[in-house]
Design a binder for this molecule. Sequence first.
Ligand SMILES: Nc1ncnc2c1ncn2[C@@H]1O[C@H](COP(=O)(O)OP(=O)(O)OP(=O)(O)O)[C@@H](O)[C@H]1O
Ligand SMILES: [Mg+2]
Length: 344
Amino acid sequence: MKIALMVNQKPNDASISHEDFLEWDSMQTISAVSNALEEFHEVAVIDCHPEKLPEVIEKLRSEKPDFCFNMAEGFNGASREAQVPAILDWLAIPYTGSGVATLAITLDKAKTKEVLSYHGLATPSFVVIANIGDLNAQALDKFSYPLIIKPLLEGSSKGISEKSVVDSYDELVKVVEKHLITYSQSVIVETLLQGREFTVGLIGNGSSIEALPIVEVLFDKLPAKSRRIYSYEAKWVWDDPSNPLEIFQCPAIIPDDLKAELSNVSIQAFKALDCKDWARVDLRLDNEGNVNILEVNALPGVLPDPNENSCFPKAAFMAGISFKRMINRVLDEAFKRYNYYICN
Ligand SMILES: Nc1ncnc2c1ncn2[C@@H]1O[C@H](COP(=O)(O)OP(=O)(O)OP(=O)(O)O)[C@@H](O)[C@H]1O
Ligand SMILES: [Mg+2]
């Protein structure tokens, strides 16, 4: 089959801000995914650069792929992860992973939590603030501090730093004000859960969704006085492939009943949000040990270098699934969904 690999390649330009292109993929990641697909298929890589929309469409028309492997993170605002799937739907080209509605909802942390709550899945209580004038101390009375403030529509811990956790209303006002200006979008204010944190990678669809070995985020590997959150600093400053922060334990060392609950809750979230083929669910326990969902990543990041802390490939590897196999497995799950013959 001919597969188009839809990507957003990180610019090489050292002058651009690291934070602006956090989610885009490096050449190394794109090559690793392309090599994996090339084991069984002909592959055309299509860089979905925002300034090259006509070229992207032209390339899809000229290459005539049978199927797309979608990794494109998109650009600009709330629709960005859904942009390439929308184009592919328009051109009637099938693709891996979740569709437009799911990608738009899961990018929005509040909308995700609304869907999860509707389905009876626990998630920290929250409020969304679009303007500083919307903040009032009374509306926040039902929350107990500490609270965490996050940009509504980001990933990779963009805008989630040590300073995002606040212990008082006065502090909260300052951080919300700063975040509204810095990130030009609403913020979500949530109760900070202080128990153990896990992430669960999922592959499959319908009645055969497989939960990969559970990853625990080990907060005691962070600098002593830091807040116990998997922050921007923890992902991008304190962790370095040449000196990796040993922050993940996979498989997590937990009792069987907790393992079953984390896996089941993650599968329920996957279904509630109508995810397809693969996703990663981030979860955290509250002080009483109750499982809560923090967010659902419908377009999970996959770094091929084992020295880089990338949860999904790490969990797949622990399940005996190599990086190459993992990528082809996602494609096969999508083929099955479309009733395509699986040739590998
Ligand atoms: N309500 C919360 N309670 C406790 N910790 C939280 C909460 N919300 C976020 N965190 C911490 O901040 C981290 C990043 O938050 P979240 O997963 O929502 O952001 P993200 O930028 O979408 O991350 P990702 O890299 O998974 O895309 C979490 O892994 C967790 O450690
Ligand atoms: Mg997360």
